[in-house]
Design a binder for this molecule. Sequence first.
Ligand SMILES: Cc1ncc(C[n+]2csc(CCOP(=O)(O)OP(=O)(O)O)c2C)c(N)n1
Length: 332
Amino acid sequence: MVTTQMEALDYRAVDREQWLHIYQQMLKIRVFEEHVNELYTSAKMPGLAHLYIGEEAVAVGVCEALRKDDYITSTHRGHGHCLAKGATMDRMFAELLGKEPGYCRGKGGSMHIADQDTGNLGANAIVGGSAGIATGAAMSAKMRGSDQVAVCFFGEGALGQGLLYETMNMAQLWKFPVIYVCENNLYNEYTHHSESTAGSMRARAEAFGLRTEEIDGQDARLVYLTALRLVERARRGEGPAFLLCHTYRYHGHHVGDINRAYYRSKEEEQFWKTERDPLQLLADWLTQESLADAGIFEGIEKEVRIEAEAAVQFALNAPYPAPEEVTLHVYV
Ligand SMILES: Cc1ncc(C[n+]2csc(CCOP(=O)(O)OP(=O)(O)O)c2C)c(N)n1
């Protein structure tokens, strides 16, 4: 894995509370999604969901570098991005269960969560579809003279979508404050990226002159500090960037993808879970640096689990939207 500029990053310049907050945010995503899996397998959740477990350091590292009024756009695998940008678990669960207090009044579901209050312009089930939305938001920020930044999250499968290159070209020409964050979790559905994506991933963005960083997406410290630099640079008007993060999804492409042996091995999954887990890596480092101990992690976990269980109950007990609302907020 290529790690650019790592030597120049000073982890110790960030205070302990911020690292613990990053750990807590990652754990929140993991616990949220464990509940999503449980809700799906116990037939309480309609539709399906694409779990983000294993990739938490990317969403949290990047979103922690953003302000509340900055924008993000997300993907079909978007729960982590929404939570990291400030969505609350109760309204997220409600949305997934199709309930009225959900972020889109239960009409969006897992793949279409948007939340204007936290700058989340929406998850998007169309692979690569949100590149235009994020780039447009960055263009708007520039035209309004605000110093907001937009982040476009997408999987490496979106590198096959032409829209991404049209928008990168425009963003670089007009110096839009947008950061394209590619989460390379190795697979596009059930196909390894090497079978669908020719050449170099980073060279695609470099060809347009975008500032490009390629990093270990399992190291939350590295993601956070690299994202901070790119965000500050974009805020100063120095233009867009491409952040390529190498990561891994622990679960299947979606919750129903149980038997994965035909496209990846159990050994590979085990390796990432035991050797490259983003929560464990951060916890180990904090412990080694004497910044935290087992008691602190236990306390955080207890808090997160209590919050998640209350949020699930809230969503299960929440009402469905009234049938007469079916065309409300629907545009043609
Ligand atoms: C335009 C488009 N083509 C195909 C699909 C079907 N599809 C859904 S997810 C997916 C794979 C996406 O892979 P990647 O972008 O790497 O994201 P990941 O699922 O790995 O997070 C595909 C092909 C789609 N949703 N949109």
